[in-house]
Design a protein around this ligand. Sequence first.
Ligand SMILES: [Zn+2]
Ligand SMILES: [Zn+2]
Length: 196
Amino acid sequence: MVQECSNPECDRTIRRWSLYPNYCSQYCDLFVAQGRAIINGKEKFGKHQFVGFNWMPKIMVDCQWCGKPNCTLTNSVDNKNGNSVFCDINCRNEGWKGKNTQKHYWLLRTLQKLKRPVVAGDMARYMEEKAGCIAGSSRMVGSIMRSYIKHGFVTRTQTNRESTTYEWTYRGIPIPLCKIIRQVRGSAGQKGNLTR
Ligand SMILES: [Zn+2]
Ligand SMILES: [Zn+2]
């Protein structure tokens, strides 16, 4: 069954593995949550010839590397190349540094956004949808989650062999996800929460 996006200004449908249950994209989720409206060309420029030239406003979100609210979302479904994740090319280069960082990012992002326990196999599917060509498995999810569990960001909420679930349980001050990934990977072997 095809589900329509709940943003009244959007005519897209929702893909199977969307991180935003009622919306096609982070953009539409925030557009509604922030009570945004279409920018009217006539009102903005005061000229009748601009009637009909309406457009969707840009929405700013926090960069997942530097944490500044300078990351620009435009009216589209989340793309796969990280443009909706970082504020600029420098943050993108830093943020994605390290082997398999995008896998870590999209797995953690899935838990953070869905705000509920997610079965490992489903996490792999969400990650594949967001990261394009990257393939995942429950086993891979389990091995990546191990260090985030140890540092208190994630909890394994069910350990049934067929349906191990993971949940984002970190409630401390917000830290950009790619910073968390960098710190957790840089502290292999240490226990407990990270120092900031
Ligand atoms: Zn939409
Ligand atoms: Zn940045």
